[in-house]
Design a protein around this ligand. Structure first.
Ligand code: SAH
Length: 351
């Protein structure tokens, strides 16, 4: 299989071109076609000589993902279902809000961690995505967004970014560079289910990315039931790792908290959460559970959600409540991927 040209940084492509006796500035031209104009076909790079286009075609692949489905919600959120060369299904979302257009991207095909409320873990981990595939997800998002606008990126699609650390970092560094998408690190969020070694590693990168930690409960027993990862990285160690991250990077951490009726959304949990987080430079982002996966979970009613939020605010925490987006197109993590995969296997069985 040919190496995807998007695996290369602008400097690395410059090195290849100078080995081929081509001027280095051709690398900028090529990256400009790919990242600024969304052209993923060497033949259409009209300012390159035919012989260079041929050589590039023989040396590199340029398009590894195929768009197989696109859904648009009444609120403008889009879901794109993409298929990898080896037939894995991944999903991305384009989420336009007031001033921003946020791309929600996947770091893996499937996920190893099997959180009980999340559809991404059903079926387990298939494989890590290559950095070129992650970059391609972003190009598809740009192509489908109104006026090709894309201001923010969140690694909140399928997969655990800390388990695919190197490829995620490589993609982020390429996204950052002015020759490509020029999206600043501060506009990129990495969301983790709480992989402590990943949080430690990230704190030493010198990158100003945003870190979100999926918390979902202040109680080890409950959290272990919701998130098996808690057995490996329990709360005490996780919060300590976040504290160290905050001290070392001087950056705020966001704790994602998915509210599930009867499990983690009562006042006792709110009290415990305040005790756990007060004094930490952090924000809590509340997400009412979005029905997904094979479980009997439900979101709490509106009043309960607001009571929970107000308790946290009253006791000094910084809180946001995530607006639900794209419910009519299965926008919760992994739902659409799962449905597409099931449809495909049903079609195969019927064939
Ligand atoms: N593996 C990473 C990133 C992917 S999930 C992580 O765990 O953070 C992105 C966020 O969506 C996480 O906070 C996850 O817990 C949350 N999530 C998953 N399924 C959900 C659902 N059905 N309803 C609400 N939030 C969900």
């Amino acid at each position: 299989m040919l190496k995807n040209i998007k695996e290369l940084t602008p400097k690395e492509l410059g090195d290849v071109l100078s080995d081929w006796n081509e001027p280095r500035f051709r690398a900028d031209q090529i990256f400009s076609w790919i990242y600024k104009n969304g052209v993923l076909d060497f033949n259409r790079m009209s300012n390159l000589s035919p012989s260079l286009r041929k050589r590039l075609k023989e040396g590199f692949s340029i398009l590894d993902l195929e768009l197989i489905k696109k859904l648009e919600s009444s609120d403008g959120t889009q879901k794109l279902i993409l298929r990898t060369e080896d037939k894995n299904i991944i999903e991305v979302a384009v989420i336009p809000t007031d001033q921003r257009v946020t791309g929600c991207i996947s770091s893996q095909a499937g996920c190893a961690w099997a959180c009980s409320f999340c559809a991404s873990g059903i079926g387990g981990l298939k494989r890590n995505l290559a950095s070129a595939e992650i970059l391609e997800e972003i190009l598809y998002i740009k192509e489908n967004s109104v006026d090709n606008r894309l201001t923010h990126l969140v690694f909140m699609g399928t997969g655990e970014p800390m388990d695919n650390y190197d490829n995620v970092m490589k993609a982020i560094r390429i996204i950052n560079s002015p020759e490509t998408l020029n999206i600043g690190a501060r506009r990129i969020t990495i969301s983790t289910c709480g992989i402590i070694p990943g949080i430690k590693r990230l704190s030493g990168e010198g990158l100003q990315v945003e870190l979100s930690v999926s918390l979902h409960s202040p109680d080890d027993l409950v959290r272990s039931q919701l998130m098996p990862v808690n057995k490996k990285y329990p709360l005490k160690n996780l919060i300590l790792a976040c504290k160290e991250y905050i001290q070392k990077t001087n950056r705020q951490v966001t704790f994602e908290y998915c509210l599930v009726e009867g499990i983690n959304s009562g006042l006792p949990e709110a009290q415990k959460l305040v005790t756990m987080l007060l004094g930490l430079n952090c924000k809590v982002n509340l997400i009412p559970f979005n029905p997904a996966g094979e479980n009997n979970f439900a979101p709490p009613g509106k009043i309960k959600v607001l009571l929970f939020r107000d308790y946290l605010i009253k006791h000094g925490l910084n809180v946001t409540l995530r607006k639900e987006r794209g419910r009519d197109i299965d926008a919760a993590c992994g739902q659409l991927r799962l449905r597409t995969q099931n449809e495909r296997s049903e079609n195969k069985n019927n064939a």
